[in-house]
Design a protein around this ligand. Structure first.
Ligand code: GDP
Length: 681
């Protein structure tokens, strides 16, 4: 078991995020190596890295599952929360961002900011996650630190604080100048484990001094006291600069920038220093809000182990050794070994019979998971991703993680008939790990349907089915999931159910009003009747009648969504009113209402962003208009590149990657992010 736990201010909960291929996996793997927990340097290219523990991640070179791995650096505990880089897995990125206190964003030194980095950056903005930037691949031909930083400033609108400049570039890249300490750092041994400090090379002194002044000016601007010193042309003490930069980073006012080449083992340790020096601890993050599930009152949860417990389950993984493993972030209080836990979200009790901290190559049993920390609990079989764990006497609900509804579906079946039982079990397990996957049965055909956030998302699921469960399967053509909604408000519609069945009368009358809801709001049910009009005991039968009828809209039998349904009246009769009657009356009222509400079909629409050399812009725009895209803008970027942004129905985008590649001779890049369901045009 672990010894005395580390003080809270020495914990860093961080994630490494990046555009696919920028070097996130390599950087993470080097971090784990230098923090002393892995013993041999892996390489993505030979498929031996630690975080990519799933086979198909190795093959695809992308990291899909967010797990948490703990590492130690300079007396600090760094909990690395793994985040996927691929756009189809946005739900996974969002889930990770919720529990992070800070992030390292990896950029490619040649390409700088790429479309997916923008997506991830926006998401991090949404969650106010402080960030360090790591300009990686400085050894590549065409690597240009200043240009990369420029893209961070321009495209991400971020104020950077460059703490380093590179020594040499491309094949000659050998180290960095640390601007604040005016030292050159070089890595001499093959594994890059040892740094050598030396004076700044003569030829770089001017450039380094200029960059240093800019850095100091930027830091000073964020702090009144330092601004005054700066105006008097006095240089603040190093501790003052450090403290101010830390504050500015935590406040998202400045983004410290580092550079290196993870693959060549250059630049990773200073980045780790940056994590410790500038990214927030759980204490810096401060309290988070929860609500009391009974009263709805806001509860402030302090990162203090002596308060009552509030923990968020941010990931369920089926671990090959430990089975059902719940990764938790404790926001307040503590979870002791053997503790009784109350899962508010499921109204279930569980016992934490074991607590484990996951390292890159081993795990450690814990006595305690305290506020601010992240660890895993095996065996909590009722617990789901997004649930809150707390003490029964002090119930609290943390904001659950929002998962986008699946937008694409496909029929899937096992290749071999004898796999059929295992097939359903295995799919259910995989769906449990990833809430943005749905598995269901088509009622008409009896076929199994899987639904997710994109084609690749579904393919990866089937890959896992084969690798982890040994079941080969076949997937039909994917289809977009359509929905339906109403477009005009509907006043008072009525549903009556009155029948004698088995010698018993059933009576219920329900009046509803409908109104179009906000995109993404789903179906919202409100009871607006005066007390006594309909006995309280029938309310849930009415709601379930409405939700049942909403499964199939009048236009094409799709799910009804984004509708506010208000129960405004009705009637009951003593001895004759039953749940069955109210359920059926509510269903027919809803159907009647929707038919009057000028229903339309909705389809998933995605934000689209494309970067192409300007000579291809015209062709790309032409092709996009054929795909029903709405173009928001075309902007010029440095290097003769143009950025096209817009919105496009997902149904039009199957096979687009290949098309873009062929019309731009492989030079176009694109990324998509789910925006909303919108009427089919
Ligand atoms: P991820 O998709 O962001 O996780 O990126 P990976 O870490 O898988 O790296 C993608 C590719 O870039 C792999 O072929 C790596 O070997 C390569 N790579 C990563 N870091 C560097 C680097 O510093 N320099 C160079 N030249 N290649 C790198």
């Amino acid at each position: 078991m672990e010894d005395t736990p580390i003080p809270l201010d020495k914990i860093r909960n961080i994630g490494v995020v990046a555009h696919v291929d920028a070097g996130k996996t390599t950087t993470t793997e080097r971090i784990l190596f230098y923090t002393g927990r892995t013993h041999k340097l892996g390489s993505v290219d030979t498929g031996t890295t630690v975080t990519d523990w799933m086979d198909q991640e190795r093959e695809r070179g992308i990291t899909i599952v967010s797990a948490a791995i703990t590492a130690q650096w300079r007396g600090h505990q760094i909990n690395l929360i793994d985040t996927p880089g691929h756009i189809d897995f946005t739900a996974e990125v969002q889930r990770a961002l919720r529990v992070l206190d800070g992030a390292v964003v990896v950029f490619d030194g040649v390409n700088g900011v790429e479309p997916q980095s923008e997506t991830v950056w926006r998401q991090a903005n949404r969650y106010n996650v402080p960030r360090l930037c790591f300009v990686n691949k400085m050894d590549r031909i065409g690597a240009d630190f200043d240009a990369a930083v420029e893209t961070i400033e321009q495209r991400l609108g971020a104020s950077t604080a460059c703490l380093q400049i590179p020594i040499g570039a491309e094949g000659q890249f050998e180290g960095v100048v640390d601007l604040l300490s005016r030292q050159a750092i070089r890595w001499t041994d093959d594994e890059g484990a040892h740094r050598e400090m030396a004076p700044i090379p003569e030829r770089m002194i001017d450039a380094a001094e200029a960059a240093r002044s800019t850095l100091i000016e930027r830091i000073c601007e964020t702090d009144d006291e330092l601004t005054n010193l700066f105006l008097e042309e006095l240089e603040p003490a190093p501790q003052q600069l450090f403290a101010a930069l830390r504050r500015a980073t935590i406040a998202n006012r400045l983004f410290p920038v580092y550079c290196g080449a993870a693959l060549r083992n250059i630049g990773v340790q200073p980045l780790l220093d940056g994590v410790v020096d500038f990214l927030p601890s759980p204490l810096d993050r401060g309290s988070v809000q929860g609500v009391h599930p009974g009263t709805g009152e806001t509860v402030h949860l302090e990162p203090d182990p002596n308060h009552s417990l509030a923990a968020l389950v941010f990931k369920i993984a089926n671990d090959p050794y430990m089975g059902h493993l719940a990764y938790v972030r404790v926001y307040s209080g503590k979870i002791g070994h053997g503790a009784q836990l109350y899962d508010v979200s499921q109204d279930a009790r569980e016992r934490a019979s074991r607590l484990v901290r996951m390292y890159a190559n081993h795990r450690e049993d814990l006595r305690l998971i305290r506020a601010g920390d992240i660890a895993a609990i095996p065996g909590l079989n009722k617990v789901r991703t997004g649930d809150t764990l707390c003490a029964r006497e002090h119930p609290v609900l943390l904001e659950s993680i929002d998962f986008p509804e699946p937008v694409i579906r496909a029929v899937v079946e096992p290749r071999r008939a004898e796999d059929i039982d295992g097939f359903h079990d295995a799919l259910a397990k995989l769906a449990e790990e990833d809430p943005s996957i749905n598995v269901g049965i088509d009622e008409e055909t009896g076929q199994t349907i899987i639904a997710g956030m994109g084609e690749l998302h579904l393919e990866v699921l089937l890959d896992r089915l084969q690798r982890e469960h040994g079941i080969q399967s076949r997937m039909g053509e994917p289809h977009v999931t359509y929905k339906e909604t109403i477009t005009v408000p509907v006043e008072r519609v009525e549903g009556i159910f009155e029948q004698t069945m088995g010698g018993k009368s059933h009576f219920g009358r329900v009046c509803l009003e409908l109104a179009p809801g906000e995109p993404g709001s789903g179906l919202v049910f409100e009871n607006a009747t005066r007390p006594g009009v309909i006995p309280k005991e029938f309310e849930s039968a009415i709601e379930s009648g409405i939700r049942g009828a909403a499964q199939s809209g009048p236009v094409g039998g799709n799910l009804l969504t984004d509708i506010v349904v208000r129960l405004v009246g009705g009637a009951a009769r003593e001895h004759e009113s039953t749940n069955l009657a109210f359920h059926n009356a509510a269903s027919s009222a809803l159907r009647a209402g929707v038919a009057k509400g000028q229903p339309v079909t909705l389809e998933p629409v995605f934000h689209l962003e494309i970067l192409v050399p300007a000579e291809y812009t015209g062709t790309v725009l032409n092709q996009l208009s054929g795909r029903r895209a709405q173009i928001d803008g075309v902007e010029s970027r440095s290097g003769g590149v143009e950025r096209i942004t817009g919105r496009v129905p997902l149904a039009e985008m199957f096979g687009y990657v290949t098309e873009l590649r062929s019309i731009t001779q492989g030079r176009g890049l694109f990324s998509m992010e789910f925006d909303q369901y919108a009427p089919v045009t």
